[in-house]
Design a protein around this ligand. Structure first.
Ligand code: NAD
Ligand code: UFG
Length: 345
């Protein structure tokens, strides 16, 4: 019988790509999402892309903080492991509404862990973030680099990592992998799945994409005076399909008896500046992206990229795609879905 994996936040940008990879890999995927920042259309498309494996996907519209609903789900089905994405992720919003972030991300996670424990499901892959490296003094960041949070969103990631460590210390039968990943961009190569943020995009590539399709006049570049090659911020962009493969590798690792509570970086190990990324997107799309130079965005690090040696060594995983493929696939999604999933409504 195929393994059954619960994916929280599975209707979201990254979650939907992982659910597809799970189905294609022969897993059964059960998605829990409250659809606060996603559309059920994404899951319909995942089913289509998974072809004959599509029926192995089921969806439950549940808020993770709704313990009775989660209890009912765990009572009705046995899960081999949980991949946990559900959470709020907008840095600026987290500064304005910290209680909303602590409530959703922390209470959601604690409720999930309690229900998992009660049902003897003790295998977890958690979506942490490279944001836990704050403004690093030394790059590339390794899993041993100092951690710090620059905003409430980042603090929820740090707190959840600590909760997971404490849980494993209290009961070594828990197997937990914390994935600190860098900047996921791009889309499934089919152009049918992609990122569709609500409101004004916070992140670079969704904004660039909306300029390219004519929804916004220009990209505001936050900071042109950093100590980098062209003065703009540097990040480790990773193709979302590579990230999905990294999740499958982490899931497989949970069966290794030596795993306790482990952290892995997922990135490419390469730093790319904002202007380099824009140039790569212009090349891939043939569209000019008008730029407006602005001051630095509060809370932004100057240079953030990671070492991926540990993941390569222990998960046997390495990112395959570069920024050309990321921009090609992002544009394929944008040009086919200029208004995201709503284009098909
Ligand atoms: P997303 O917003 O597209 O997906 C998150 C999903 O969780 C959404 O579908 C949302 O509706 C759901 N959700 C939120 N709160 C919920 C709750 N209480 N109950 C049930 N469902 C809930 O975001 P994403 O980009 O796919 O990110 C997924 C995860 O990866 C998040 O935890 C995020 O913090 C983390 N992460 C994202 C990035 C990034 O740049 N996108 C980088 C590092 C880490
Ligand atoms: N940027 C702009 N203009 C924009 C948006 C972004 O110039 O309109 C710049 C930023 O200033 C930064 C770079 O593009 O220099 C990347 O910014 P993003 O907002 O795309 O990504 P961040 O690195 O700030 O953060 C993202 C996610 C976090 C996650 C982190 C992990 O938003 O949730 O990656 O590295 F934790």
């Amino acid at each position: 019988m195929s393994s059954s994996i619960l994916v929280t936040g599975g209707a979201g940008y990254i979650g939907s790509h992982i659910v597809l990879q799970l189905l294609l890999g022969g897993y059964k995927a059960v998605v829990v999402d409250n659809l606060d920042n996603s559309s059920e259309i994404a899951l319909k498309r995942v089913k289509d892309l998974a072809a004959e494996n599509g029926p192995n996907l089921t969806f439950n519209k549940i808020d993770l903080r709704d313990k009775p609903a989660l209890e009912k789900l765990f009572a009705s089905e046995k899960f081999d492991a949980v991949i946990h994405f559900a959470g709020l992720k907008a840095v600026g919003e987290s500064v304005e509404k910290p209680l909303m972030y602590y409530n959703n991300n922390l209470i959601g996670t604690i409720t999930l862990l309690e229900v998992m424990a009660a049902h003897g499901c003790k295998k977890l892959v958690f979506s942490s973030s490279a944001t836990v490296y704050g403004w690093p003094k030394v790059v590339p960041c390794t899993e041993e680099s100092p951690v710090s949070a620059m905003n409430p969103y980042g603090r929820t990631k740090l707190f959840i990592e600590e909760i997971c460590r404490d849980l494993h210390l209290s009961d070594s039968s828990w197997k937990i992998i914390l994935l600190r990943y860098f900047n996921p961009v791009g889309s499934h190569p089919s152009g049918y799945l992609g990122e569709d943020p609500r409101g004004i995009p916070n992140n670079l590539m969704p904004f660039v994409q909306q300029v390219a399709v004519g929804r916004r006049p220009a990209l505001t570049v936050f900071g042109t005076d950093y100590g980098t090659k062209d003065g703009t911020g540097v990040r480790d962009f990773i193709h979302v399909v590579d990230l999905a493969d990294g999740y499958i590798a982490a899931l497989n690792k949970l069966s290794d008896p030596s795993v306790g509570c482990e952290v892995y970086n997922l990135g490419t190990g390469k730093g790319t500046s904002v202007l380099e990324m824009v140039a790569a997107f212009e090349k891939a799309s043939g569209k000019k992206i008008p730029l407006v130079k602005a001051s630095r965005r509060p809370g932004d690090a100057e240079i953030l990229y990671g070492s991926t040696e540990k993941a390569e060594r222990e998960l046997n995983w390495k990112a395959k795609y570069g920024i050309e493929e990321m921009c090609r696939d992002q544009w394929n999604w944008a040009s086919k879905n200029p208004y995201g999933y709503d284009s098909t409504n």
